[in-house]
Ligand binder design. Structure first.
Ligand code: CIR
Length: 254
């Protein structure tokens, strides 16, 4: 069970962040409302929400999942090293917030690692090797988590931003995945639900204790998720989608 989360208010500069979405510029006022609703959803799911101040100099800093990886129940966190140059400094900016909750283990250059590439299922970490996370980042990550009793499996990606753009835990031993990822041998031990091809964005659902957060506007995925037995909470992430972000990226849970 998770009891705590960390989020960060989106800065006015968020439209200057990185994106491939071609969905237009995000509306900051609407993004703030959606962020407040997202935090409310985490609180409804039983989490304390530690909301950090906006950072104007880092337009992507609302996506707090990327500069850190929490080790739930271990009072420890990994300080990641985001692979996009405009985001690398987000790690040092979030370090003091992590230190409030336990020991912090940094990934060192030239290793890079984005938290969006890290998926935890029970005591097994899957780590996407992507344009943001390199092999050295993965090796450092594995050495740290092995000391805490976790295993770590690399998952090289051919395309896409992050591992969790494609695959996420939605129920016990059950993942929601893109068709591409569903066929991968790394996930053969799990029940895999394939996200409908025209709703690929909705592969980024977020399981928080007994509640499953589902992005607004994806009715086929919603119907699939309603069969899993969790309480469903719909959250509108339209302004974050414009910046390639989704439900998991907006918080750290532990
Ligand atoms: C980026 O490209 O880094 C941001 N615009 C989006 C990051 C989304 N984060 C995530 O999937 N964990």
């Amino acid at each position: 069970m998770f009891s705590q989360s960390i989020t960060r208010i989106p800065p006015q500069s968020m439209a200057q962040g990185l994106t491939t979405a071609e969905l237009g510029a995000p509306d900051h006022a609407r993004a703030l409302k959606q962020h407040a609703d997202y935090c409310a959803a985490l609180a409804e799911a039983g989490l304390e929400v530690d909301t950090l101040s906006p950072l104007a100099e880092y337009p992507d800093s609302v996506f707090v999942e990327d500069p850190a990886v929490m080790l739930p129940g271990k009072n420890a966190a990994i300080l990641a090293r985001p692979g996009a140059g405009s985001r690398t400094g987000e790690a040092e900016a979030i370090r003091p917030a992590l230190e409030k909750y336990g020991e912090v283990f940094p990934i060192e250059g030239p290793g890079t690692l984005d938290g969006g590439d890290v998926l935890l299922i029970r005591d097994r970490f899957f780590v996407g090797i992507t344009s943001r996370t390199n092999q050295q980042g993965f090796e450092q990550f594995r050495a740290i988590v092995n000391r805490f009793g976790y295993s770590a499996t690399p998952v090289p990606l051919r395309a896409g931003l992050h591992l969790k753009t494609d695959i996420n835990l939605v129920a016990e031993d059950t993942v929601l995945s893109s068709a591409d990822m569903a066929a991968r041998p790394e996930f053969a031990d799990y029940r895999v639900i394939t996200v409908p091809g025209d709703e690929a964005y909705a592969a980024n659902c977020l399981l928080v204790n007994e509640t499953l957060l589902v992005p607004a506007g994806f009715p086929k995925t919603l119907a699939l998720m309603q069969g899993l037995g969790s309480k469903i909470r719909i959250v509108d992430t339209s302004e974050y989608r414009k910046m390639d972000g989704g439900l998991t990226c907006l918080s750290l849970r532990f």
